[in-house]
Design a protein around this ligand. Structure first.
Ligand code: NSP
Length: 217
C-alpha cells in the first residue's frame, strides 16, 4: 500500500526527502545559520513528537489483534527519542543555541498542531502509524543521502546525519512500514483514504519545516 502511495505522490515525496536544505548539507554549501535554526526548531518539534508516539503506543495496546510486537517497535522508537533529547541538549551549546530562548516558528507550530490532532482517540491506529512511519522515514531518507559515497557533508554535521541516516534507524523505519502495511491491508476504503491524506500532510509539513529552516538562516 505504502509503496503505491509513494509512487503516486513521488513529486512531494522527493520534495521532502531531497530538499535544498538537505542537498546543501550533502554538497557542503549549507548555510550554518540555517542549520542552527533547524537545530533549535527540531528540538521543540521532538518534544511535541514524543507524546504523539506515546499516543500511538496506547492505540497499539488497544488493538484487538496481537500487536505486542508493534508495541515493542514503538517502544524502541521512544527509547531513541529519549536519547535524541539528550543529543539536542549536548549539540545546541556547541552552536551557541540556547534551548530556553527558542521560539517556535509558524511552520513548526502548524506541524505540532497536526500531531496533536492525530493524538485524538478518534484517530484510528492505521492512520496514526502511517503518519509515524512517514515522519521518521523522511528524516531517514534525507540524512542517509548526506552519508552516501561522494557526499561532501561538513565534518561537524556528520554526526547529525548519522543520527537519522544510520542503519539501525533505517531498520526501525522498515519495521514501522511493515506494521503500517499490515494494518492497512485490513482497512476499509474510508480508512485507507484517511491514511493516504495523513501521509500527504506529513510530506507537506516536512517540506515546510525544511523551508522554514532555510528562510530563517
Ligand atoms: C521535523 C521532523 N521530522 C522528523 C523527525 C524525526 N524524528 C524530526 N526529528 N523532525
Amino acid at each position: 500500500m505504502i509503496d503505491t502511495w509513494l509512487r503516486k505522490h513521488s513529486l512531494i515525496h522527493t520534495g521532502a526527502t531531497r530538499h535544498p536544505f538537505i542537498l546543501g548539507i550533502r554538497d557542503g554549501t549549507v548555510d550554518l545559520s540555517a542549520y542552527k535554526t533547524w537545530l533549535g526548531q527540531d528540538y521543540l518539534f521532538v518534544r511535541a513528537f514524543i507524546p504523539f508516539v506515546a499516543s500511538i503506543l496506547i492505540k497499539a495496546w488497544k488493538e484487538s489483534d496481537d500487536s505486542s510486537t508493534d508495541m515493542e517497535v514503538i517502544l524502541s522508537g521512544m527509547a531513541s527519542l529519549n536519547e535524541e533529547i539528550s543529543w539536542f541538549k549536548s549539540e545546541t551549546p556547541k552552536w551557541g543555541v540556547q534551548l530556553s530562548d527558542i521560539v517556535p516558528q509558524k511552520s513548526n507550530q502548524d506541524y505540532c498542531r497536526f500531531l496533536e490532532n492525530l493524538m485524538s482517540p478518534d484517530v484510528e491506529y492505521p492512520v496514526a502509524i502511517t503518519a509515524l512511519w512517514a515522519i521518521e522515514a523522511v528524516y531517514q531518507a534525507s540524512f542517509a543521502l548526506c552519508l552516501e559515497d561522494g557526499a561532501k557533508t561538513p565534518a561537524e554535521l556528520r554526526q547529525t546525519c548519522q543520527r537519522w541516516g544510520n542503519d539501525g534507524f533505517r531498520q526501525y523505519c522498515n519495521s514501522l512500514q511493515q506494521i503500517a502495511n499490515r494494518h492497512l491491508q485490513k482497512a476499509s476504503n474510508d480508512l485507507l483514504t484517511k491514511a493516504e491524506v495523513a501521509l500527504l500532510r506529513v510530506l507537506e509539513h516536512e517540506v515546510e519545516f525544511w523551508n522554514m529552516s532555510r528562510a530563517e538562516g
